[in-house]
Design a protein around this ligand. Structure first.
Ligand code: MLT
Length: 268
C-alpha cells in the first residue's frame, strides 16, 4: 500500500476528474465541461510534463502520473471521485484504479485501451522521444494531428486541426519525451478492469483509428459493470469532436456511481 491509498473509502464521489490525452493538456476538455449536467466539482489537471505541469524527475511512468493525480485530488479535499481518461489519460486512470482503488468511485475510459504496447510501438515511442529531445522541437509529433480527428469532424469543424496543432506546439519537448517513455513502460491493465467493482463506461469514436472499437469492446467485456458508447462520426479525440454525447455518457456514469454508493442510515 502506498501513502495515498484510500482503499477503505466507500462514500459518494465529490468530484469528476478529467485526464487528457497525449500530447495535449486540460484544454481538450473545455467544450465538454460546458455540456456537463453535473454539479460536482470538475478537476481537469495537466498531466506531468504537459500543459503547465512540470516534467518530473526520475523514471517516466504512468504510475507516477497516477500518484500525482491522487495527491492533487486529495489535496483538493476529495476522498472519492469519478475519473474519466482519454487515451493516455485512460492509461493513467487505470493506474489510478489499481494503485488508489478507494479513490475511484466510477471510471470512464474514452478512446483508450487497457493493453500494453507491442514491441514495435515501444521502439517508436523511444525514437520519437529521442527526436524531440535532440531537436528541442515538437515537430516530430505534429503529424499525429491528422490521425486524431475524423474526416467528418474536420468537415464540420475546419478549425479543429489548427486548434489541436496550436496546443501541441505549446508543449515542452522534454514533457513530450517524458510522456512517450511513460506510456512505453505501462503494463497490461485488463485485470484491473476485471477487478473493478464500480460502474464503468467505455466511450469510443466510431472513426477512432488509434484505439478502435475492438479495443473498447475488449475493455467493456472485461469489466463486470460496463456500458459501451460509440460516438457517431468522431475520431480519437471524441470528447473534443463530439463533446455533447461524451458529456451525456459521463452524466449517466455519475448517476450510476451515485446509485452504487451505500446510503448512510438516516438519523432519527
Ligand atoms: C493519446 O491520444 O493520448 C495517444 O494517442 C496515446 C498513445 O500514444 O498511446
Amino acid at each position: 500500500m502506498n501513502d495515498t491509498d484510500t482503499s477503505s473509502s466507500t462514500g459518494p464521489a465529490t468530484a469528476l476528474v478529467l485526464l487528457h490525452g497525449f500530447p495535449l493538456d486540460h484544454r481538450m476538455w473545455d467544450d465538454l465541461t460546458g455540456s456537463l449536467a453535473t454539479d460536482l466539482q470538475v478537476l481537469a489537471p495537466d498531466l506531468p510534463g504537459l500543459g503547465g505541469a512540470a516534467v518530473p524527475d526520475g523514471e517516466p511512468s504512468v504510475d507516477r502520473s497516477a500518484d500525482e493525480v491522487a495527491a492533487l485530488v486529495e489535496a483538493a479535499g476529495h476522498e472519492r471521485v469519478v475519473v474519466a481518461g482519454l487515451s493516455m489519460g485512460g492509461y493513467v486512470a487505470l493506474a489510478l484504479a489499481e494503485r488508489h482503488p478507494g479513490l475511484v468511485a466510477g471510471l470512464a475510459l474514452v478512446d483508450t485501451k487497457s493493453t500494453a504496447d507491442e514491441e514495435a510501438a515501444r521502439a517508436n515511442r523511444e525514437r520519437v522521444a529521442d527526436e524531440v529531445e535532440s531537436s528541442g522541437s515538437v515537430e516530430a509529433v505534429l503529424g499525429m494531428v491528422a490521425s486524431l480527428l475524423s474526416d467528418e469532424s474536420v468537415r464540420e469543424r475546419p478549425d479543429l486541426p489548427s486548434i489541436v496543432t496550436g496546443w501541441i506546439r505549446e508543449q515542452q519537448p522534454s514533457g513530450i519525451a517524458w510522456s512517450q517513455r511513460a506510456m512505453a513502460t505501462r503494463s497490461d491493465r485488463s485485470d484491473v478492469l476485471a477487478d473493478f467493482d464500480g460502474p464503468l463506461v467505455v466511450v469510443v469514436g466510431e472513426d477512432d483509428t488509434i484505439t478502435p472499437l475492438a479495443a473498447a469492446q475488449h475493455m467493456a467485456s472485461t469489466a463486470p459493470d460496463a456500458e459501451l458508447v460509440t460516438v457517431p462520426g468522431a475520431g480519437h479525440l471524441s470528447a473534443l469532436e463530439a463533446p455533447g454525447p461524451v458529456a451525456a455518457a459521463l452524466d449517466r456514469l455519475l448517476r450510476r456511481a451515485a446509485e452504487a454508493t451505500p446510503q448512510s442510515p438516516e438519523t432519527p
